[in-house]
Design a protein around this ligand. Structure first.
Ligand SMILES: Cc1cc2nc3c(=O)[nH]c(=O)nc-3n(C[C@H](O)[C@H](O)[C@H](O)COP(=O)(O)OP(=O)(O)OC[C@H]3O[C@@H](n4cnc5c(N)ncnc54)[C@H](O)[C@@H]3O)c2cc1C
Length: 411
């Protein structure tokens, strides 16, 4: 059977970085398996700029960022990419792949999962009405437009103010469509502040906060939607309905880490992130299986995906080469405003970075980190759910800690 030191599943930004990280740390036989015909993942359909400010100190488009990162490994003989090849199963450390040549199995000493995430579809949000043509997820519309040159509608309404929805509001407008508005269920936007300004305000596109789409109307093609206001408890307010004519509804209502492969393998999944539970080495509950990028938790910036991928690749190399250190495990616990924490557990002995999101908008507040042997408050001027938060704790700060580390927001 074909065998490699490391198999990386998914050749998006996380997978490319993981391969680089593994090579930099001593692996010489790395295979990256990608189902599409090219590397880069979601970046290839994101033709707007705004990628790579932290990594390359430049504002690149998605494809340009992917190319620039891929350039770091493209002539490396220790890293091989195979395309149009789908991993259909992981069993222990043997992956089953399907390609034009048929099914085959590949063995690995370690596996990095970097399969990205998928969009929540219409079925997941319980919208009433016919299944008429004209309702798309925002990412699908983006792929049609940016990769195939096909505009999915002319009079567009967007549900969900996450970044993909906001980017698509501007993109559809630039291509000649009329974007009537963007509705958001929460009383705040789920997108980055810069995208609200550059994609909505600059184009006079209204944002309806605390609103949702109650129903869609149309027989074969979408003709209109009913917009409805919600109260503080997200309950629909009767009598606030308004009908809006449109031929297209784009849904940007959340992203879900793509984890089917490891769920089947029995890897422990965090119900909060919907990604694998990992330790500070990005190793999952199954030894030798690592996860990074959007498959682990949905990131806001690609730079952080690349950094995480590189670290996961390093850990996979340490594992394969028998250098992975062990020791006492501390568990992270979240409450009061902190919605998740990655990694979910960690070993002491080095400086560590923790990533999390909050579950609502906080103005001036502190992140309270405490446990036996550590009590620290980190002041924040304001935090929002759309922006991933990062906190670095020094090796010395973690030294006396035992048991559990708690995280909360204090106003
Ligand atoms: C619309 C949009 C706009 C964004 N805008 C910005 C921005 O302006 N600035 C910024 O910094 N970040 C932005 N981001 C975020 C950033 O680009 C992503 O978080 C990052 O690129 C995700 O990388 P990934 O490798 O984790 O996932 P992906 O890019 O999704 O890569 C996963 C790869 O795995 C492959 N795969 C999946 N399953 C399998 C399988 N079973 N077998 C083989 N291959 C498989 C997929 O084909 C894909 O290539 C944006 C994201 C989106 C969606």
């Amino acid at each position: 059977m074909e065998r490699h030191q490391l198999v990386v599943i998914g050749g998006g930004s996380a997978g490319i970085a993981a391969a680089l990280g593994a090579y930099e740390n001593g692996l010489t036989d790395i295979l990256v398996i990608e189902r599409e015909a090219e590397y880069g993942g979601i970046l290839q359909q994101c033709i707007h700029n705004g990628f790579g400010l932290h990594t390359f100190n430049e504002e690149l488009s998605g494809p340009a960022y992917a190319e620039k990162y891929y350039d770091l490994i493209k002539d490396n003989e220790c890293i091989r990419f195979v395309y149009e090849t789908v991993v259909t199963k992981i069993d222990d450390k043997i992956v089953t792949v399907q390609s034009k040549e048929g099914l085959r199995q590949i063995a690995a000493d370690a596996i990095v999962l970097s399969t990205g995430c998928r969009e929540r579809p219409a079925g997941a949000i319980g919208m009433k009405g016919n299944r008429c043509e004209g309702v798309y997820t925002a990412g699908t519309a983006q792929k049609y437009l940016n990769k195939e040159g096909f505009l999915v509608g002319k009079k567009v309404f967007i549900l969900g103010s996450g970044d993909i929805g906001l980017i698509m509001a501007r993109r559809m407008t630039l291509e000649g469509a009329k974007v009537i508005g963007v509705a958001e269920l929460q009383p705040y936007s789920n997108g980055l502040a810069r995208n609200i300004k550059q994609c909505l305000e600059d184009f006079d596109i209204p944002l309806y906060l605390s609103h949702t789409v109650e129903s869609v109307h149309g027989s074969s093609r979408l003709e209109s939607i009913t917009l409805i206001e919600v109260d503080d408890h997200l309950k629909k307010i009767e009598g606030s309905e308004q009908e809006i004519e449109c031929d297209c509804l784009l849904l940007s209502v959340g992203l879900i880490p793509e984890n089917t492969l490891i769920e089947e393998l029995g890897v422990k999944i965090d119900p909060r992130t919907r990604g694998a539970v990992v330790d500070d080495r990005y190793m999952s509950s199954v030894e030798g299986i690592f996860a990074c990028g959007n498959t682990l938790h949905v990131h806001d910036l690609v730079d952080y995906v690349s950094i995480e991928g590189r670290k996961a690749g390093k850990s996979a190399a340490d594992y394969v080469l028998g250098r992975l250190s062990d020791g006492e495990v501390i568990t992270n616990s979240v409450s009061n405003g902190v919605s998740y924490m990655v990694p979910q557990s960690f070993h002491k002995g080095r400086d560590l970075e923790f990533m999390f999101r909050v579950n609502r908008v906080f103005k001036e507040c502190s992140i309270h980190v405490y446990g036996q042997g550590l009590d620290k408050k980190i002041r924040k001027l304001g935090i929002v759910p759309s922006e991933m938060q990062k906190v670095m704790l020094k090796k010395e700060e973690l030294e006396g800690l035992t048991g559990e580390l708690n995280w909360e927001v204090v106003e």
